[in-house]
Design a protein around this ligand. Structure first.
Ligand code: 5AD
Ligand code: FES
Length: 341
């Protein structure tokens, strides 16, 4: 089995082989521990901390799975002002965290210029900036890159075209792909990724996700379980499984050994030690929530999201404690993707 895993790491892997590994649980332990070895070999023991500011929960889209979807009138909407966002970024940088992730729903209220100015201001704090604000015009991606943005997170959600198109009434997989490749071309570090356990998604569809991540050569890979949200059309769906999600994270590490892979909040929301398990199965990044109160509880992508009622900076100490308990090291650099020749 180890030989087979070594082979899929080195050579071109086929859809069939991945589908097989995903569909049987016979080799699960070997897959997770091989991913941990590959993680150590390629990206080491440092865990990079990326602080997230969820600055607006307005969204013009209507993704079937997501609690921020425009038709959901059960949530209280908020927007942080650029000054509020900047103040938060400053506080984060003073705590010596080197990456700030600016995340929101797809909210056109924040114009090209507002985001551009914000990037320039935050860059003066000597941090790396990751944008996670959905699909925008290609021209805007360029302006923001020139303003100093370093990375862009935009999950591909599912690489099964039919499933993608069903889940996104106003988008297509074809279009999402174009955006991701454009961001790469502009020089961003790009983060794609998917949910695990979407309705209609089986081993074959998940195998397509892994092949897509490899084709894109995704610099960052966000993978988490789908957690049904009662305020969405998918409220009665089953939702993702911890073990299967861990295996997909592990396979992503094996296939794209130098990628930065977070132990996602959804993993922690599904199981109290979900993120720790991910960090032992290939993940090397953690993204504490730094959204200030009173906004934080309103960024409800899915129910039971962790860290909602904490003192609003306590996640930093919490994740540092987690890193220590795992006998790993807190990353001291910006944590860009490592290059191997
Ligand atoms: N369960 C799990 N993850 C979700 N996301 C959105 N809704 C859900 C849900 N119900 C994920 C999507 C999105 C990211 C910000 O959150 O993958 O890209
Ligand atoms: Fe938020 Fe632990 S990371 S409380």
């Amino acid at each position: 089995m180890l030989e087979m895993l070594k082979k899929i790491q080195k050579d071109n892997v086929t859809l069939e082989v991945l589908e097989y590994l995903i569909s049987t649980n016979k080799y699960d332990n070997e897959i997770l521990s091989f991913a941990d070895e590959i993680r150590k070999k390629y990206v080491g023991d440092e865990i990079h901390i990326r602080a997230i500011i969820e600055f607006s929960n307005y969204c013009k889209m209507d993704c079937l799975y997501c609690g921020l979807r425009a038709p959901n009138n059960k949530i209280k909407r908020y927007r942080m002002s650029p000054d509020e966002i900047f103040r938060r970024a400053k506080l984060i940088s003073e705590k010596n965290i080197k990456t700030i992730v600016l995340q929101s729903g797809e909210d056109p209220y924040y114009t090209t210029e507002i985001i551009e100015k914000l990037i320039k201001r935050i860059k003066s704090l000597n941090v790396a900036i990751t944008l996670s604000i959905g699909e925008r015009d290609f021209k805007e991606y360029k302006i923001w890159k020139d303003a100093g943005a370093d990375r862009y997170l935009m999950r591909h959600e599912t690489a099964d075209e039919e499933l993608y198109n069903n889940l996104h009434p106003h988008d297509t997989f074809e279009n999402r792909k174009k955006h991701l490749f454009k961001l790469k071309e502009l020089g961003y570090e790009v983060g794609a990724g998917c949910m695990v356990g979407l309705p209609g998604q089986g081993a074959r569809e998940l195998a397509k996700d892994l092949l897509f991540l490899k084709e894109l050569d995704s610099d960052m890979i966000g993978i988490g379980p789908f957690i049904p949200n009662p305020n969405t059309p998918l409220k009665n769906a089953k939702g993702g499984d911890l073990k299967l999600t861990l295996k997909i994270i592990a396979l992503a590490r094996i296939l794209i050994p130098t990628a930065n892979i977070p132990a996602t909040t959804a993993m922690g929301s599904l199981h109290p030690f979900g993120r720790q398990m991910a960090l032992k199965s290939g993940a090397n990044v953690i993204m504490p929530n730094l959204t200030p109160n009173p906004y934080r509880p309103h960024y409800t992508l899915y129910p039971n999201k962790i860290c909602l009622f904490e003192v609003d900076t306590s996640c930093i100490e919490c994740v540092k404690g987690m890193i220590k308990d795992l006998k790993r090291k807190v990353g001291q650099t910006y944590g860009f993707r490592v290059k191997v020749s």
